[in-house]
Design a protein around this ligand. Structure first.
Ligand code: C2E
Ligand code: CA
Ligand code: CA
Ligand code: CA
Length: 273
């Protein structure tokens, strides 16, 4: 009936209204969370085939005073849309430098990887912002890796090459995140000053049992070897996955099989890191 149709429209309007209000509230709260202890960083270790720690990825955490932990999958997208990501990006880089100094003080010299968002990378003054943050005393640029996605790089290839070249000159290394989920065009890969590829965890699903994923992972590893790139596998959860990856030449492994992302205080106390 017409009445039911109108009710349904009203229902959707209310749902949209609620979603919008929810987003606005979250956006407001996120803007205010930066610079407070609500935002925190976790580090997740990366291991080589012999089980030594060879790196760490910095992953942001938001502890909302009323809602509790909010997943980065939810708030990073929002931050990207609203531009708040630019402030988060600066914060992340500062925290990474701090963490590197702390690790160094404990005798650890491996690099930290940070996630650089598309909007952050696209800023016309991205390079000078990074340079400014790295001006702090003892900021160890040569132990920083920037993870960028293929989507970020192909938006403006020449601009990406220029920025990466300038940052590489400072000692920063580049890694392609979520590799395989984007465009994966071999001819363009060679043009970027890259150090590493990160195989997306979706390709480890049911690997080595799944023939398609098994083939993709082997192909990525073979290709990376040709291009002289290191490979990190993320989302390693089982020993079978680890054995398969190592057997095919994967350089480093990151995932719940070894360790979950953890606060640096825990990192410094843990025997496995
Ligand atoms: P990502 O960069 O692909 O990060 C890997 C995600 O996989 C992380 O989720 C990590 O906690 C999770 N993970 C690690 N090991 C395993 C495993 O064995 N199994 C499974 N199922 N998952 C595993 P997280 O921390 O929730 O972050 C989600 C996404 O949010 C990240 O995906 C990244 O795109 C974004 N993100 C996180 N921190 C930052 C940040 O500081 N800046 C920016 N721009 N983005 C961030
Ligand atoms: Ca990442
Ligand atoms: Ca991923
Ligand atoms: Ca990612």
């Amino acid at each position: 009936s017409k009445g039911a149709g109108r009710n349904r429209v009203a229902f959707f309007e209310t749902a949209m209204q609620t979603e919008l209000e929810e987003r606005l509230a979250l956006e407001h709260d996120l803007a205010h969370a930066i610079g407070t202890d609500q935002l925190d960083m976790h580090l997740q270790p990366q291991y080589d085939a012999s089980g030594s720690v060879v790196g760490a990825e910095l992953l942001i955490r938001w502890n909302h005073p009323e809602r509790g932990a909010i997943s980065p999958a939810r708030f990073i997208a929002l931050a990207e849309e609203t531009g708040i990501i630019l402030r988060i990006g600066d914060w992340t880089l500062q925290r990474a430098c701090q963490a590197l100094r702390e690790l160094q003080a404990h005798g650890h010299s491996y690099p930290i990887s940070i996630n650089v968002s598309p909007r952050q990378f696209r800023q016309s003054d991205f390079v000078s912002r990074v340079r400014e943050i790295l001006l702090e005393p003892q900021a160890p640029a040569d132990r920083l890796t920037f993870e960028v996605t293929e989507g970020t790089l192909i938006q403006d290839i020449q601009d990406a090459i220029d920025k990466m070249t300038q940052l590489t000159a400072l000692g920063i290394r580049f890694s392609i995140d979520d590799f395989g989920t984007g465009y994966s065009n071999l001819t363009y890969l060679k043009r970027f000053p890259l150090h590493e590829l990160k195989i997306d965890k979706s390709f480890l699903h049911d690997t080595p049992a799944d023939p398609d994923n098994r083939a993709i992972v082997k192909l990525i590893l073979a290709m990376a070897r040709q291009l002289n790139l290191k490979v990190v596998a993320e989302g390693v959860e089982t020993q079978d996955q680890a054995d398969f990856l190592i057997a095919h030449g994967c350089d480093s492994l990151q995932g719940y099989l070894y360790a979950r992302p953890m606060p640096i205080s825990q990192w410094l106390q843990s025997p496995s890191t």
